[in-house]
Write a protein that binds this ligand. Structure first.
Ligand code: ZN
Length: 393
């Protein structure tokens, strides 16, 4: 089956005006004005894109697909995500990691869930490792995991500057980065080190030490939760200027915002206003993570669950509330993470790229349709493919 999307306003993420998109066998085969062709005997699914914008499927560089933390006890272990948690909101690629709890949440479970979501239509990669150092691995080393297991494209989220982490030394972090780097080199992957950055005063100082003392390139690191505070965000600007992408977290709570966290959209607007290049900020969901609220003494006072849909909500907020250009906001939710993670066929609309396409209504940006690797998961705003065990709504 061929699919032809006619006359949508195309953001690649650069704005390319009204174009047609031809999907063949899960890939974008052609993008052109007014594509015309006819092949006898082959059915073509023609979709009217008028009044709609075509965007690359969103790329979420951190989701806890098997559930995360549970800092309030066993009954607060967060649930695993479902296909439609992502597909209904345009997220077609996710990178999955373990969270605070890498004891009862395991890498085999993570890989199994990633395979399940991939079978259902999404593209899912994983980080090996864990919050704590020495990091958990499947085959005994970060290097072997990245080199030998397709789905592992890096290590993370390793916690720095956080009371829940294990306070790795610069030497320990350098060793992890070197293993990820070599495992990545030998397997054609980026071997990124994805870092959970906590609220401790040291902020990103450990990254600076590792890059200065052990000659690890700054672009080996990918720090998240950079919108935890304005001072943390700004602490990353000089590293962003050296090529590092700063990741901000879209899932939040009113309590966290009241404590000084910036919404992902607000952080994007702030960074752009401060002169950070629009290619150096990405937005992740932290989906299905626990969002614990600790008081000044470190006592847990509340806990909520992150949502994958927050990436889409942040995109809409950035465009509608902060007047950020659609193309610029799209870099943050699609192409920047894909580029930085080395996922060449993701986050862009171009011939040869995977057919991960989101159609949104012009103006309100409501989701109309979603294709993931050419399979239509959402049509007219409704799920066409449900999660395997999902009950009918
Ligand atoms: Zn985290």
């Amino acid at each position: 089956m061929l699919t032809l999307i006619k006359g949508a306003n195309l953001y690649a993420p650069e704005y390319l005006q009204q174009k047609d998109i031809l999907i063949v066998d899960g890939r974008i085969a052609a993008i052109a004005e007014n594509l015309q062709f006819e092949i006898t005997g082959i059915e073509i699914d023609v979709v009217d894109g008028s009044g709609l914008c075509a965007l690359p499927g969103f790329v979420d560089p951190l989701a806890h697909i098997t559930g995360g933390g549970g800092e309030g006890g066993f009954h607060t272990r967060t649930p695993a995500m479902e296909l439609t948690d992502a597909s209904m909101f345009g997220v077609t690629t996710l990178i999955a990691g373990l969270g605070t709890d890498a004891t009862t949440r395991t890498l085999p479970d993570l890989l199994a869930k990633a395979n399940g979501l991939s079978t259902e239509g999404l593209t899912v990669y994983c980080y090996t490792g864990s919050y704590e150092v020495p990091v958990r691995t499947l085959l005994g080393s970060v290097r072997d995991d990245i080199l030998l297991i397709d789905k592992f494209i890096g290590v993370g989220e390793v916690a720095i500057a956080d009371h829940r982490g294990s306070h790795p030394s610069a030497r320990e972090l350098a060793r992890i980065a070197a293993e990820a780097r070599v495992g990545g080199m030998l397997s054609g992957k980026r071997g990124i080190v994805f870092l959970h950055v906590g609220e401790a005063e040291e902020k990103l100082d450990l990254i600076r030490s590792v890059t200065e003392d052990f000659a690890v390139p700054v672009t080996q690191f990918y720090p998240t939760h950079m919108n935890r505070s304005l001072s943390l965000l700004r602490h990353g600007y000089d590293l962003a200027a050296k090529g590092m992408v700063l990741d901000v977290t879209a899932s939040t709570t009113p309590e966290l915002l009241a404590q000084g966290e910036l919404s992902a959209a607000a952080a994007l607007a702030q960074a752009l206003a401060d002169g950070v290049a629009h290619t150096q900020i990405s937005i992740s969901s932290d989906g299905n993570a626990s969002l614990p609220d600790f008081d000044a003494h470190g006592t847990l006072v509340g806990l909520q669950v992150g949502q994958v849909r927050s990436v889409y909500d942040a995109f809409v907020e950035a465009v509608n509330n902060y007047d950020i250009d659609i193309s610029v906001a799209l870099h943050a939710v699609s192409s920047n993470a894909a580029r930085y993670l080395g996922l060449k066929k993701k986050g862009i609309l171009a011939p040869g790229a995977d057919a991960d396409i989101v159609l949104v209504e012009e103006g309100n940006l409501a989701i109309h349709s979603v294709w993931a690797r050419g399979k239509r998961l959402v049509g007219e705003g409704k799920a066409l493919v449900n999660s395997t065990f999902q009950r009918e709504p």
